[in-house]
Write a protein that binds this ligand. Sequence first.
Ligand SMILES: Cc1cc2nc3c(=O)[nH]c(=O)nc-3n(C[C@H](O)[C@H](O)[C@H](O)COP(=O)(O)OP(=O)(O)OC[C@H]3O[C@@H](n4cnc5c(N)ncnc54)[C@H](O)[C@@H]3O)c2cc1C
Length: 397
Amino acid sequence: MRDMSTQSGFELSREHEEFRRTVRDFAEAEIAPHAARWDRDHHFPVDVVRKMGALGLFGLTAPEEFGGMGEDGDFTSLCVAIEEIGRVDQSMGITLEAAVGLGINPILTFGTAEQQQAWLPDLVAGTTLAGFGLTEPGAGSDAGATKTRAVLENGEWVVNGAKQFITNSGSEITSLVTVTARTGEREDGRPEISTIIVPSGTPGFIAEKAYDKLGWHASDTHPLSFQDVRVPEANLLGERGRGYAQFLATLDDGRVAIAALAVGCIQACLEMSLAYAGDRQTFGGPIGRKQGVAFQVADLEVMLHASRMLTYRAAAMKDGGAPMKDFKQAAAVAKLYATESAVTATRIATQVFGGYGFMEEYPVARFYRDAKVLEIGEGTSEVQRMLIARGLGLPVE
Ligand SMILES: Cc1cc2nc3c(=O)[nH]c(=O)nc-3n(C[C@H](O)[C@H](O)[C@H](O)COP(=O)(O)OP(=O)(O)OC[C@H]3O[C@@H](n4cnc5c(N)ncnc54)[C@H](O)[C@@H]3O)c2cc1C
């Protein structure tokens, strides 16, 4: 793949660009050569997760006391890392995104000092992973419709229910999942939702067989079941009844991180298409000389810059402490635009490759399969449009 880093489209700091180079070198050496095989074998490479941990990628937003980067890291660095890993392998990109955004972030933001001490050092080191169990068979976009219940009995939460499509939830190094559950009823009659930490191996907690997915074959995704799962009362994450607010806040950050993953996908599509358009000969010359192809590659360049700018603008707002309302809107805009662009970009790249684009021998086919879920996870495109319209003041349901 050609190096396009000098064409960044958004002025990141020199430190961020140096960090990008470090992650790119790592991704090229440790991930790119193996990504096709992991995809074909549906193999989740735990050893590479550990190496990503050793590089500090799981600690980019964590304080030094838990082994994190402290002042040397920020949310923008995390987006750079996700973009660069995602440029060579979307499966490993989502593994990093979910590990930090959905695994570490809720404990870091809402956990008690004891919970943080107990779980964060290993999660930040990348020697363990945590899942975030929000989605259920009957509750996805409408996550507040959760049916999983947790009842307090003799100083223990007893959890019953099911979650589905949960990333990093059943790997050999998964140490816990945070689970949203109904813990009662509020005064206004709506369900009280709280978040409970359920350690792996707790009796009654089962990560069922991994899904057979369209893409992200090398990422770890399971349905989860909970049957009379007993955990200490102290495993309540943050305050009782705050589960809904907690997952909304978690997903705001996650949306920007997913947008960064989409940017990595578009970057890969541009690099692959550009190289192929220069090599492939038809009618006595390279296909890149034909306007029909050249214009498609030009469109990829536009999508890349626009998506990258929206993503890093939102990340900069997070790092700079922008008002929450503004950040939420920027996160939804970035997620919607970058992920829909990524799906379009993979369609274009596959078209540029012609029949070869349909063959697994080129990575473009893998990116085509991997891209679709970007428009679904951490809030579908429709949910983003709903949030954006609401942000504009429209009373949309
Ligand atoms: C590979 C993968 C990994 C995932 N990882 C996780 C994870 O780690 N943790 C987790 O909790 N979840 C995870 N998810 C779940 C994901 O967040 C949900 O799939 C997503 O939020 C959509 O929910 P749903 O699948 O129930 O679809 P539904 O909510 O049933 O939506 C179906 C369709 O209806 C549309 N729709 C629904 N409501 C509205 C509305 N009000 N207005 C307009 N359109 C609407 C949707 O946009 C969609 O097109 C993962 C999903 C996948 C595929």
